[in-house]
Ligand binder design. Structure first.
Ligand code: MG
Length: 376
């Protein structure tokens, strides 16, 4: 039995300002809904993610990978029910229900809720109330309320799928959350430690708070790469994925694409995962004459598997000849195709050595590269 998540995003609330429902508004460079979905995508145990959207907004989220969509209902409870029904027949054993308005949820908290469902039919994170609680009227405190045993509820709330489906089927009308529905059905709900950063975005000021939390978590890495190949016999050089006719070729175990090797090493460097030689040992015959896009694709895939996007790539080719300028555009397009990085984030430039050193004497070509990886 697998784990599924329902992201409740069918609200049309505009209390948070901005004129449109908050799930579509940008938050630290992405839409709030994409931030929330990414937290669940980062948890391997979550096999399916159902985003429940306003009926008129279905086209605003394209199903991808583990993510599917379902149309919301007239109330939050009805939307959750639609999500639960969408999971029917998928072999889902545990289901997490999460509000899209909590985009700062961490994969760690999601994992804790999933783990708790091994021991409980229902479990949800919450934080004990630590502030004094007042009853007030007309701007004055009328009474103090006891706070002992009170909690502030969070999501994701986790349930045995069959149990919460039955609880929702038996529940009439609105509910503040799914724990309310579970309790009404007689389910026992375990309280897990919540997370102070797992805030619910309700008012306009909450966006700024969430941005601060998310940006504080952003992981930015820089890597550098350097490579040299010597000239030998040949009638072309391979540079950044483009074959350029030339009076000589570059020598090497692979196709000797010095630019792509520097870029590949820069990605490995940013990940602190060694270099090309470690991943593709020249001692292995199978890499003889290999096309270098194999190496660059491998490094880009390693970055993606670690949750990193390539922010930008910048490579400098160091040679007297051939002239790079006329080919730089083609090279950028080739690198964009290979890595999936947008062309405007890829720079290819060149310099000569004023006749100095090995590159200046035309004995070979050097390349240096810098790459930035971003995980947010
Ligand atoms: Mg090399």
């Amino acid at each position: 039995m697998s784990v599924a998540a329902i992201i409740v995003a069918a609200g049309r609330g505009t209390r948070a300002g901005g004129g449109e429902p908050k799930q579509w508004r940008p938050l630290a460079g992405q839409r709030m809904i994409d931030r929330t979905l990414a937290a669940f995508e980062a948890v391997e145990a979550v096999a399916r993610i159902v985003a429940v959207l306003p009926e008129g907004d279905m086209a605003r989220l394209t199903p991808r990978g583990r993510i599917t969509t379902a149309a919301g209902g007239a109330s939050r409870a009805a939307s959750v029910r639609n999500g639960l029904v969408a999971l029917h027949g998928t072999g889902t054993g545990k289901v997490l229900v999460h509000d899209v308005a909590r985009p700062c949820v961490t994969p760690a908290l999601i994992g804790r809720v999933i783990a708790a469902l091994d021991r409980h039919a229902a479990a949800a994170p919450a934080l004990p109330v630590t502030d004094a609680l007042w009853q007030g009227e007309g701007g004055r405190v009328t009474e103090l309320r006891p706070r002992a045993g009170l909690y502030r509820a969070q999501t994701p709330q986790g349930f045995d799928h069959a149990a919460i489906l039955a609880a929702h089927a038996a529940h009439d009308g609105e509910a503040a959350d799914d724990v309310e529905v579970a309790l009404a059905a007689g389910l026992e709900v375990a309280i897990l430690d919540g997370d102070e950063d797992n805030i619910k975005i309700t008012h306009a000021a909450d966006f700024a708070r969430a941005e601060k939390i998310l940006r504080g978590r952003m992981d930015i890495r820089t890597g550098s790469g350097y490579d040299v190949h010597r000239f030998g016999e040949g009638d072309r050089v391979m540079l950044c994925g483009v074959a350029i006719p030339h009076a000589r070729g570059l020598q090497g175990h692979s196709d000797a694409d010095v630019g792509m090797h520097a870029l590949t090493d820069a990605i490995y460097g940013a990940l602190a995962r060694g270099d090309i030689g470690r991943h593709f040992p020249p001692s292995e015959a199978r890499w003889k004459g290999a096309e270098s896009h194999v190496f660059l694709r491998h490094a880009a895939a390693l970055a993606a598997a670690d949750g990193f996007a390539i922010g930008n790539m910048d490579v400098t080719l160091i040679c007297e000849e051939p002239k790079i300028g006329p080919h730089a555009g083609t090279m950028r397009r080739a690198l964009a195709r290979i890595t999936g990085v947008a062309e405007e984030r890829i720079s290819v430039k060149a310099t000569t050595c004023e006749g100095l050193g090995f590159a200046g004497r035309g004995e070979g070509i050097a390349a240096q590269a810098v790459v930035t990886l971003v995980r947010s």
